[in-house]
Design a protein around this ligand. Structure first.
Ligand code: FPP
Length: 258
């Protein structure tokens, strides 16, 4: 049974029959899932295509997975689209990824009113090209009018950079006499991160066989469960997502307790 049938099942409340779906407890889903969309380049190479074709396929997968997350009832999806280190890639590849983001945001702005998917951005947007920057601002503004499912796109994002920015802001507040060092708490510090007000991700997924965090959500991942799979991002399907959620649900989360 395909994931599309599963969606119909969710709508019609029939009993699921496939192994993947029966492994998932849909009444206790994580609220926030984060994904490192990795493996686009290798996916393209395997097919004798340019890396940029892999990113285009990855962008389609992003659309499918975001819609699916909304349909099954997650509250937040955070994806790593472009890191502070990705500028080191060839100019042509950087340009292609930025082009995909522009295309996607144009479409998202058209479709937001019907889809009600809120889009927010984590990262320093000021060094993006002016058109993309404007699109991000516009998308952000439209999103403020909706509540419900939210996608956070990490764009020119780095976990260390995010923490340094928050530290710098607090230091500045101290210099200006607006804050005192002893007043800083984990909660107040978290309010100066891009993710202010958003619960930490319970589950972080990294496809493509790499087993590292690559500067993604360093602060927010303190107690996240990780799920790694060899599947390359363009091949990642709703069934893969359900496998990850089933694995997460099978773990015992103790947060340092017993
Ligand atoms: C990592 O794969 C992927 C990226 C650096 C770019 C991700 C961008 C997209 C999926 C497109 C735009 C996104 C949205 C939200 C529309 P890689 O290039 O490192 O792959 P490799 O490890 O196989 O080389």
């Amino acid at each position: 049974r395909s994931w599309k049938d599963m969606l119909l099942f969710r709508k019609n409340k029939k009993k699921p029959t496939t192994t993947v779906h029966t492994k998932v407890d849909f009444d206790h889903l994580p609220r926030h899932v984060a994904i490192i969309m990795d493996g686009n380049g290798r996916w393209a190479k395997k097919r004798g295509m340019p890396r940029t074709a892999g990113h285009a396929a990855g962008a389609e997968t992003f659309r499918t997975i975001a819609t699916y997350c909304k349909d099954i009832g997650l509250d937040y999806l955070t994806v790593y689209a472009f890191s502070t280190e990705n500028w080191k890639r060839p100019q042509e590849e950087v340009g292609a990824i930025m082009g995909l983001l522009r295309k996607y945001l144009h479409e998202a702005i058209q479709e937001m009113a019907q889809d009600h998917i809120k889009l927010q951005f984590f990262g320093d947007l000021t060094s993006l090209d002016p058109e993309l920057y404007q699109l991000c601002q516009e998308t952000r503004k439209i999103s403020e009018g909706y509540d419900g499912f939210q996608v956070n796109v990490c764009l020119n994002y780095g976990g260390r950079d995010e923490i340094v920015r928050a530290a710098r802001k607090f230091a500045q507040d101290c210099v200006e006499g607006k804050a005192k060092p002893e007043e800083l708490t984990e909660t107040s510090f978290a309010n100066d991160l891009y993710s202010a007000g958003i619960p930490d991700p319970e589950l972080i997924i990294r496809p493509s066989g790499e087993i590292r965090t690559s500067n993604f959500l360093l602060w927010q991942s303190a107690y996240s469960e990780y799920y790694f799979t060899d599947v390359l991002w363009p091949d990642f399907s709703p069934d893969e997502l359900l496998n990850a959620i089933a694995s997460y649900q099978g773990r015992s989360r103790r947060f340092g307790g017993v």
